[in-house]
Design a protein around this ligand. Sequence first.
Ligand SMILES: [Cu+2]
Length: 183
Amino acid sequence: MGVKSGTWEYTGTSIIKKDGTHGGKSMNLRLGAVVLLGVVILGLAFWLDRQGEGESRITVADAWARPVPEAGGTAAVYLEIENGGEAGDVLRVAQTPVAAKAEIHASRMDGDIMRMRRLDSLEIDAGKRAEFAPGGLHIMLIGLTRALEPDTHFPLTLVFDEAGRVTTQVTVREEGGAGGRQR
Ligand SMILES: [Cu+2]
């Protein structure tokens, strides 16, 4: 049942003028136009918002690690992370089935001693590239579950705030060895 007020009756879906003139139909059209305009404005606002925010677009390439003869030890994975998107992103977590734990590490020289420390996260700004290379950033694999045989591969998953999970194949090889850089 509708709600009566004066000469108008609100039926829930349309407003009909009770004296039977064509007023009801034009009200209906006007209401429809207002709703449509609202939808268009909302859609536009959402689209503009997405444009402003942009998106991160993460690619991981050239992942490699030196061979390790037996399980139980550690290994370092080197790779390149590129953010070709419009927004920055943050690397938080690394996972691989070949190690109990994978951490983000940064090395630096302290006098003659190479020291490394664990990073909780690594920011990669829009349009920037992070190079993980010997003597610098690396993914530290701790507690290898198996040996890393030369010329084999294993999966490594990196988890980013925006891009989510990105899995890459790590090539086991000597530095600058056969296979070289690959895309
Ligand atoms: Cu390390």
